[in-house]
Ligand binder design. Structure first.
Ligand SMILES: [Zn+2]
Length: 293
């Protein structure tokens, strides 16, 4: 009788250990980040267009449609702010020429992430190639630029389905093209159409991510944002129509609902690194903070 009791207790203890270890394993899910940036997409137009894929992300995540981008609301300065975590006064990309970026003090966040965790697999795939000019040797495992958003989405999807990826940055460019051609406005059907097209590419990439063979063991944070808005067929000024953007963070670790604090595109790099287990260091002198987690 006593022996049987002991045996039973041993069994129960064993079971308890398994349960505890299982819990730890779940806690230790591999953290990953997918950032999708939609060039020139105004938040009000995103809300006006039919975008079921992006809607699913913000409705199930943390979001704000009042985030702000760099005062110089051009692609080079704004994407650099998003990817370095500092404004143009620090990263020093002042236009689309990328003449003299201060990569020594304010590198791309891939650079910082790989300094802290050299094993990370970092991917950057864009329709607008100059975005990669702030990447230094060794920052990215893989970079690519394609002529169209559809080709970018196709490449991203096939990589997400089959490769080891820790952090992926994707830029889609054609919404901005439509804004320059047809105006950045909720009253411009062609602009809204371009946003709807971008939404289908987002859907394609997110569904590829969900098909990853190891998805059950991964904890993905998806961040969606834009480099700037626009008005009157252009952008670049320090006015709300140009500097107001959306910021969406979706995933298990995102705090659902509207983000009420001030959010800037500089938060993208900081939030991504935080999710990867790399909290910002004081010495990095970053302007962004963690948003949506
Ligand atoms: Zn742009």
């Amino acid at each position: 009788m006593e022996k049987r009791k002991l045996k039973l207790m041993g069994l129960l203890l064993g079971l308890l250990c398994v349960v505890v270890l299982e819990g730890l394993a779940q806690d230790g899910m591999s953290k990953r980040v997918l950032i999708i940036g939609i060039d020139g997409c105004r938040p009000d137009a995103l809300l006006a267009a039919k975008t079921p894929n992006m809607d699913a992300l913000w409705k199930d995540g943390a979001y704000t449609f009042k985030a702000r981008t760099d005062e110089i609301s051009s692609s080079g300065p704004a994407w650099s702010a998003m990817l370095t975590g500092v404004w143009h006064q620090k990263h020093n990309v002042l236009n689309n020429e990328y003449e003299d970026p201060d990569l020594e003090h304010y590198p791309h966040f891939f650079h910082r992430a790989r300094q802290e965790k050299p094993e990370l697999k970092t991917y950057s795939i864009a329709t607008w190639g100059p975005i990669h000019k702030i990447l230094q040797e060794g920052d990215a495992t893989y970079t690519d630029s394609k002529l169209t958003d559809a080709r970018v989405a196709k490449n991203v999807s096939s990589i997400l389905k089959s490769k080891e990826v820790d952090v992926m940055f994707v830029q889609l460019d054609q919404v901005d093209g439509a804004g320059h051609k047809h105006d950045y406005s909720v009253d411009s059907p062609k602009y809204l159409e371009a946003i709807e097209k971008a939404d289908r590419q987002v859907g394609r990439m997110v569904s590829a991510l969900k098909k990853r063979p190891s998805i059950e063991k991964e904890n993905w944070l998806i961040i969606l944002s834009a480099d700037h808005g626009g008005s009157n067929y252009g952008h670049g000024k320090n006015i709300p129509e140009h500097t107001t953007v959306f910021f969406i963070a979706s995933g298990t670790n995102a705090k659902k609902g509207e983000i009420t604090k001030e959010v800037g595109v500089v938060d993208v790099a900081v939030t991504a690194m935080y999710h990867l287990g790399i909290p910002a260091k004081e010495s990095w002198d970053l302007d962004g903070s963690v948003s949506g987690l």
